[in-house]
Design a binder for this molecule. Structure first.
Ligand code: 0RA
Length: 634
């Protein structure tokens, strides 16, 4: 009888393993960049669970030279006792059975549901090798696996008074398209975890660099520090950070928020430390309460009169930076990327807590309240004006394609699917492009200087900018809710800027505009970035275009350097029309990058940091990213 149970359990393990390796995306979302990083999140989430249970104060992680990853925590250590049912140590069961982690502990809050919480067995199955080392019950234990199967027994090594878990895994190149971890992605996640778990120390070491990149995060202020960080590049509307924390039964709600003088809304919500990108019930509850409290306050103080309409949620959230973090026992995650909280009870819970706490705050801080109300009322007026302006422009047909902008050199063919438009930095480069193009299917729209930063301006101002009107009209789709992709006049909108820092700034301004006003265009895959060459290398009669610094280094190391000349193109204007055609516009030879939103959220965050109102952080970002073309394929 006992033997039979053993077989059944063993078969289940093999089945789980096969299922995970056959369809990895079902468990980790993808086998690309996101899926690869998900392995780290999965392991660290387990350590975070220990921290939430009050059993862990420090997490260390390292990315090694071979892209293997070690995560060490000082938690209780994965249990090692033999389990009767499985005839195996608990750790082996946890590392080889789907969704088994939760069953071993009574901890109240668990990262579970959604893509997070699929369990360590998924990481194990998708790793060419995995090593677990556990300190608990006075000993050190170790076991090794390959592609999910144990290759050693759990072995006791000497004694130790410490407790904790070490997991090292080697992501399987048979599964992942690319096994290179990206420090930036990992650090962003670790920093977020440190903010959400007040006082938890998280140390990161990237050993692929010489010397290694080391970062350490620990925040005494928790999400208050998070908000301070988010507003550090922006201008504040009031002093301090509004903060409150409260619970109903076992449901915890924590909020930190602050208003900036800007116009965008940045609300980040979390449930059991999982970033709920798609929002959900907790976010709805927060928004409802915020709208109600501000309106009530405005009426009580006589700022809104009986005849006045209520302020809208959108007006009230203008310039707001907020972190909403909830903890609940059995979170349910829904939505396309499983990042939308579904527990219906959370709506009322968050609403009621925010109602009470925020009203108290406003009463206690009249100066802040006044500043917030002023801003909100201005936002309402601007929204009203924008609506009227939009109606007017619509009436005049400005946002439709009836009157094409004067600067546009349109193509002659009338088939959008093979037509393209180049949005070109500067009038002079625009002129060269007009001469160089194939006028049958290539249209040129020159743009003067820097276009408006849409992150820093309200809609009314954005829509009254000439350059932006020209873009909208030329593309023909309309914007925002009224965008109709079927009306696109070109299926390729190609951004063409200089290869310098200014050029990359203009390119980002354009992308921000597309992201905020014409997102569907990006989603449809209609937005592209042109790649003009950076250098022209000549040797005797042969010339060679070079598109990046790395390529130049490679070329120079290959060829005899005597008798060569290198010309660096500072701007598009330095190329004559033939060169421009040959290198950048000829569909037979050019390379263009399609701008995709694989992850709309990281794009949003990228644009928010980039477009904040203080100049310095922005510069730093651009220079760091300027050469990294792949980032544009967000
Ligand atoms: C199951 C039960 C307990 C802890 C863990 C798993 C655990 C897993 C990981 C993964 C990385 N670090 C970890 N730390 C702990 C509870 C153990 C107990 O009650 O003693």
């Amino acid at each position: 009888m006992a033997k039979k149970t053993y077989d059944v359990e063993d078969i289940k393990v093999l089945k789980d393993l096969e299922a995970i390796r056959k369809r990895p995306s079902m468990y980790i979302g993808s086998t690309g960049h996101r899926g690869l990083h998900h392995l780290i999140y999965e392991v660290v989430d387990n350590s975070i669970d220990e921290a939430m249970a009050g059993a862990c104060s420090k997490i260390m992680m390292a990315v090694h030279k071979d892209n293997s990853v070690t995560v060490i925590d000082d938690g209780r250590g994965i249990p090692v006792k033999k389990m009767k049912k499985f005839k195996k140590p608990a750790v082996e069961v946890i590392l080889t059975t789907l969704h088994s982690g939760g069953k071993f502990s009574e901890d109240v809050y668990k990262v579970s549901g959604g893509l997070h919480g699929v369990g360590l067995s998924v990481v194990n199955a998708l790793s060419s090798k995995l090593m677990a080392e556990i300190r608990r019950d006075g000993h050190v234990f170790r076991q090794e696996y390959s592609r999910g199967k144990p290759i050693t027994k759990l072995t006791k090594y000497g004694s130790s008074k410490k407790h904790g878990t070490l997991i090292r895994f080697w992501p399987d190149p048979e599964i992942f398209e690319d096994i290179n971890y990206k420090s930036e992605t990992v650090l962003k996640y670790l920093k977020e975890m440190a903010y959400l778990n007040k006082g938890l120390k998280i140390i990161y070491e990237d050993q692929r660099h010489k010397p290694p990149i080391v970062e350490e995060y620990k925040y005494k202020g928790g999400i208050v520090d998070f908000v301070k960080d988010l507003v550090s590049k922006k201008d504040s509307l009031h002093k301090g950070v509004m903060y409150f924390k409260s619970s109903i039964d076992t449901n915890q709600v924590e909020v930190a928020m602050k208003y900036t003088t800007g116009y965008s809304e940045n609300l980040y919500s979390f449930a059991n430390n999982i970033h709920t990108h798609e929002g959900g019930t907790h976010e709805s509850g927060f928004k409802k309460a915020l709208t109600r409290v501000i309106n009530d306050y405005a009426r009580n103080k006589g700022i809104l009169k009986d005849k006045d309409e209520n302020l809208t949620g959108e007006d009230i959230r203008e310039g707001l930076v907020a972190i909403l973090s909830v903890k609940l026992r059995e979170p349910q995650f829904e939505g396309q990327t499983k990042t939308k909280l579904g527990n219906s009870e959370m709506m009322g819970i968050v609403e009621s807590i925010v109602n009470t706490k925020l009203s108290e705050y406003l009463e206690e801080h009249p100066a802040h309240s006044k500043a917030i109300l002023n801003k909100t009322i201005n936002a309402a007026r601007a929204r009203d004006a924008a609506k009227k302006a939009r109606e007017l422009t619509r009436k005049r047909g400005l946002l439709q394609s009836s009157t094409l902008p004067g600067k546009l050199a349109d193509c002659t063919i009338n088939d959008p699917s093979i037509s393209e438009i180049f949005l070109v930095e500067g009038d002079s480069a625009g002129g060269s492009c007009k001469q160089a193009r194939d006028r049958q299917f290539q249209a040129i729209l020159p743009l003067r200087g820097k276009i408006l930063n849409v992150e820093k301006s309200r809609e009314l101002k954005v829509l009254s900018s000439n350059e932006i009107q020209a873009i909208i009209t030329a593309l023909g789709t309309g914007i925002k809710d009224e965008l109709n992709i079927k009306n696109a006049r070109y299926h390729k909108a190609i951004i063409l800027c200089d290869g310098d820092v200014d050029g990359s700034h203009i390119r980002t301004l354009l992308l921000t505009f597309f992201y905020r006003y014409m997102r569907e265009l990006i989603e449809a895959g209609y937005v592209y970035i042109a790649q003009p060459p950076l250098y022209l290398v000549k040797k005797r009669k042969k010339s060679h275009y070079v598109y990046s610094d790395e390529e130049l280094q490679q070329l120079l190391s290959r060829i005899e350097k005597k008798g060569i000349t290198i010309q660096r193109y500072k701007g598009l204007g330095e190329m004559n029309p033939e060169q421009l055609w040959e290198t950048t516009m000829d569909p037979g030879k050019r390379v263009i990058l399609r701008v995709g939103i694989e992850d709309a959220i990281s794009a949003d965050e990228t644009f928010s940091t980039l477009m904040g109102s203080q100049v310095e952080p922005r510069k730093e970002f651009i220079q760091k990213r300027a050469k990294d073309v792949r980032f544009l394929d967000i």
